[in-house]
Write a protein that binds this ligand. Sequence first.
Ligand code: SF4
Length: 484
Amino acid sequence: MKKVYIRTVGCQMNVLDSEMVIADLKRHGYVVVDTPQEADCVLYNTCSVREHAEEKVYSALGTIRQDKENHPEKTIGVMGCMAQKDQDLIFQKAPHVDLIVGTGQLGEIPRLIRETRDSAEREQQKAVSLGRRDGTVAEVSGSFQSYDPLRDPEMRPSPYQAFVRIMIGCDKFCTYCVVPSTRGPEQSRPPSQILSEVHVLADQGVREVCLLGQTVNSYKHTENGQLHRLSDLICAINDVEGIERIRFVTSYPRDMTDDLLQAVRDIPKAVRYLHVPLQHGCDEQLRLMKRGYTVAEYREMMARINETIPGCSVSSDFIVGFCGETEESHQLSMDSIREHRFKNSFIFKYSERPGTKAADLMPDDIPEDVKKRRNNEMLALQNQVSEEDNAEFIGQRVSVLVEGLSKTAEKQAARNDEGGGSGLARQLMGRSMCDRIVVFDGNPRLAGSTAEIEIHDCTGTTLIGSIVTRQVQHGSSELLPIIG
Ligand code: SF4
């Protein structure tokens, strides 16, 4: 039995890629182990969006070097965004790496591992896609294959939730972002393929699907002469028996069309939650980032969301300390959090990424201590807004899809060396229809069912409540949200 260890850094797209690579390797006779030391093959699924994510992988590669020297037969592979972006640089920095596999070649991993293992000289292998300027659009697109083989349910963080990739790549070319290079041109998967995948997942017990795309609401695919948009896809998935909730991330502000908003409002299983990154509250900064919209246009989009889907939660991403950001422009980002009252925001200090327009043309001129201070100010403000808005749920009831033990209960169970399925009441967690995290005490066997929870307390990130009733009729739209 061959043993594989995988470490995943980065976003949901990478989590899904790892799930699929492992499923593929299991079909080739591998078992998954918990440490790189036990493994015959060690894979790092990497992210290039921030420098820190890359540093983590290079540091892990440094740590495993001695192990590889002691066990030269061990195969070390770097896959994903960093593999596509850095390519031979990885071999230079870490000569003990055997494989470099880009995001568009993940299906080749079993073969590449076998060839490395079987070659007498243990030749290093590299499989990557074309650069965005290295061929015609069709050639470059063809070199980034969407990777959607059969899954391994055991690799999912929860048996009741699954990511489903509906598109790959991005054509927006924000000046700070490496994704258009590392994930290639925007390509939407055929709806028939996506639907059959969702049917399989529902048969495996999945209750909630999260549709993934870098700009998921840009989804468009013509099949049998008919154009399918994201709203059409959600509508079709709504009919899949067993699926109770449909989420999608991440949306691009300019593509937030009315048909999509109406779908989120009208389709019973669509979660009333949108993740639509604003990135900055200052027009000049948005222009430098080449985000393709102004603050006023984003405001207009928010007005349409609030008007069409009252009670819809919206979350955002922000970059602080981007090139040329003044104190005034930073304050405008703070104002936008006050104005739009995002459910939560993912706030990141700008980190220059080689190969991007921003790195080539704009100095990274905001000192680290200023970035840090602005980052902390925004986090504190967002937390205050989130806590104030969560407090409005106190005394109300929300419908929650139970995911399993809360983080606290998981840690306790790990400390006590228990599985968590003993039948005793524990702290459980789930999400409301507007994507708020809810914790409450209950039997761990409730995982995968829907429960009605009365909220009696909150923090900035969590609603705290207790079970009123448990709802067991999976798939019934009438059970959907009491509020939110
Ligand atoms: S929309 Fe912009 S930030 Fe998002 S993946 Fe595309 S280029 Fe990157």
